[in-house]
Design a protein around this ligand. Sequence first.
Ligand code: UD1
Length: 372
Amino acid sequence: GPIICVVGARPNFMKMAPILRALAEHVPPLPFLLVHTGQHYDRDMSDQLFDDLQLPRPDINLEVGSASHAVQTAEVMRRFEPILDTHQPRCVIVVGDVNSTLACTLVAVKKGIAVAHVEAGLRSNDRAMPEEINRILTDQIADRLYTTERSAEDNLRREGIGLDRLCFVGNVMIDSLLHSRAHARSFLETLRLSGVDYSLFGVSKPYGVVTMHRPSNVDQPETLRGLLETLAEVSKRLPLIFALHPRTRANIEKFELSALIDSSRMVLLPPQGYLEMLGLLLDATVVLTDSGGLQEETTALGIPCLTLRENTERPITIEQGTNTLVGVDRNAIISGINEIFLGNGKHGNIPELWDGNTAKRIVADLAQWMQS
Ligand code: UD1
């Protein structure tokens, strides 16, 4: 049978796109089916990204949608099982750490179908993060583990995972970044496409980019209020472009915090397409985020990143890259911004094997491994 490639949520799409290209370009080509679980389903959380990344349309969409963790995970499992029965794949490829990643891994492994996990071994050591649970369990049962940075090896060894399952290949998301970089949209074009009349705003270069969506940051009114107040303060110094995840937008409304960010120094945008976000990043002075992917993308682009979390599963972005952990503490965030204004922002280095060829290495290894 074919290789089944699984995507579910926004951060999966940029990781899978280069893998599909490499499968098609392999000699001989390795046939695959693309399964979208439908965990993310809005146009701006899903379809737009397929266009931007030149991802083929999914062969199968399981249309699970949003629900509690238990229901969402269970629905993916229930709907994925018959797909495996019908297509008898020789292998399943999953990426990242979302609920769809774990759900599909669990189903495949119990049917005796080999699973390859791309972006294995990352650990925040914070089990309150839903993704951490997904990572630990996926790596425990997947058959082949592709890692993005060397720290993953220690994490996996500590969990008793045989190192013969590991293959250090670098970061597949950086493949997408380098592939798309020349097509990024300009800052002004992006604002125009989002219907923002920038002449009404005091927003111009330099500017900062903000994204946040982690439950730990946006699900409690006090935490979200504190963060928005700090961002408002930052925006007096540096205008901010804030791309709002649906979860964050809903909570700002629910907790009645909209007034805090109603400012001519802050532009609120819906979730952005990949080429729009890339364009915003390329010209940004700083990125403030709780995203995993953006910590890596800013490191690859040499742009200072202040991460609104207490920990990171991607330590290489701190040790070698441009990332600084600032948590949700006002003083830490403000002093991070001050350092950047003083010219002390991190420039960083490109981590090992973040070179745009990771997907090729994965597919070369996978082809060999499936034969043995
Ligand atoms: C998921 C991932 C997270 C990833 C994030 C990126 C898990 C556990 N979390 O979080 O790791 O960083 O995606 O975006 O898998 N919603 C929409 N439209 C959509 C999808 C979601 O409006 O297309 C809203 C719904 O109200 C939904 C909420 O967002 O309830 C949360 O969606 P969900 O997929 O459960 O998790 P994310 O917070 O997006």
